[in-house]
Ligand binder design. Structure first.
Ligand SMILES: Cc1cc2nc3c(=O)[nH]c(=O)nc-3n(C[C@H](O)[C@H](O)[C@H](O)COP(=O)(O)O)c2cc1C
Length: 337
């Protein structure tokens, strides 16, 4: 039986739902070509960070208004340009080159924490030919006087401003830490987002016990991280008018199949590519195809969402009722007694 692996995401036609997520691999054109050869439906480029955009603008302003000495002092709090994957001036160029080298859609990514003039980069990215824009809202609000409602309002404003700047579809890479994810998701869509990426992965610092100091850490995911995006994709499928992409914890074809079953239009993969290489894309697709054959699914579209909250025979599996059931049904292992 011929299996149709094609998918629709952000109004784009993808030859498969597997999409390498934003990560340093996407800064390399050869790696992007390998992703396409391995069967990726689209690629997401690494983010251009708000700090990079601000740094570029501040450099310009300071050079125009201050001496060179003052400028370097003022900018010393910003990360060095080479700490980023690609600098702001080169980002649009990278989008252009990726578009030229690939036939699959190229999704550019902007990382932002606050509304501001940086949104003009969204337009530059569109003009460089990106097929879509992913907006990665990564920030940590540690000020105890700032309420969640203020954070949400600011994030929604960022989305509204970015969406107003471009005609290409914008997907928001959502934080899993909002208190009412479904409501915030709906407000992002109302503000113009055509897609939601569930979820952004926040890297947590670690403590070095030898040096007795905190250090930043990049923690790669495992398949155990998939349950959070699975639950929310299942809940949001059919309830918001936007494409949904699962991101976090996809390592195997089983993970990718689960994501599609709960309603994902696209399945993003990052940690697995960093640990096993880009060949993981074809391995996952091969596994998906043979599972679909065995289970008589002829297409991704046919399979998509059949276990979402709306369609699932046991929707409470995604709700609080299941929390109570799961905990009360837990059997203590003998060695714990
Ligand atoms: C080294 C590294 C760099 C990343 N860079 C970005 C980035 O530039 N922009 C972004 O939105 N996400 C970035 N991410 C997050 C990934 O795109 C992805 O959402 C996250 O790792 C969860 O997916 P995974 O479980 O498949 O790794 C990065 C992740 C890693 C590990």
């Amino acid at each position: 039986m011929p299996i149709d692996l094609s998918a629709k995401y952000l109004g784009l036609k993808l030859k498969s739902p597997i999409v390498p997520a934003a990560c340093p691999l996407g800064a390399d054109l050869d790696a992007l070509k390998k992703m396409e050869e391995a069967g990726a439906g689209a690629v997401v480029l690494p983010s251009l960070f708000e700090e990079q955009m601000l740094s570029e603008e501040q450099t310009l302003v300071h050079y125009l208004t201050h001496s060179k000495e003052q400028t370097s002092e003022a900018l010393s709090y910003l990360p060095e340009p080479d700490e980023f994957h690609i600098g702001a001036p080169d980002y649009a160029d990278h989008v252009r080159k990726a578009k030229k080298a690939l036939s699959v859609p190229v999704i550019a990514s902007l990382n932002a924490a606050t509304p501001g003039g940086w949104v003009r980069y969204a337009r530059e990215i569109e003009q460089a030919g990106a097929d879509a824009l992913e907006l990665n809202l990564y920030h940590l609000v540690s000020d105890p006087t700032v309420p969640g409602s203020q954070v949400e309002a600011s994030d929604i404003r960022i989305v509204r401003e970015a969406c107003a700047r471009v005609k290409i579809p914008v997907a928001v890479k959502v934080s899993p830490f909002y208190s009412a994810i479904a409501n915030v998701a709906a407000q992002f869509v109302e503000a113009g987002a055509r897609g939601l990426v569930l979820f952004n992965r926040f890297h947590q610092p670690d403590i070095n016990l030898d040096k007795i100091e905190a250090r930043p850490a990049v923690n790669l995911s495992t398949s155990a991280d998939l349950s959070l995006p699975l639950r929310w994709t299942a809940i949001l499928h059919g309830r918001v008018k936007a494409s949904l992409a699962v991101s976090s914890g996809v390592h195997t074809h089983e993970d990718a199949l689960k994501a599609v079953l709960v309603g994902a239009d696209a399945v993003c993969v990052c940690s697995e590519l960093l640990t096993s290489g880009i060949g993981a894309v074809s391995r996952i697709l091969k596994g998906m195809r043979s599972w679909m054959e065995r289970n008589e699914y002829s297409s991704i579209e046919q399979m998509k969402g059949s276990l979402s909250h709306r369609n699932c025979p046991d929707p409470e599996a995604f709700e609080r009722a299941h929390y109570v059931k799961a905990l009360s049904g837990y059997h203590l292992p003998a060695k714990a007694r």
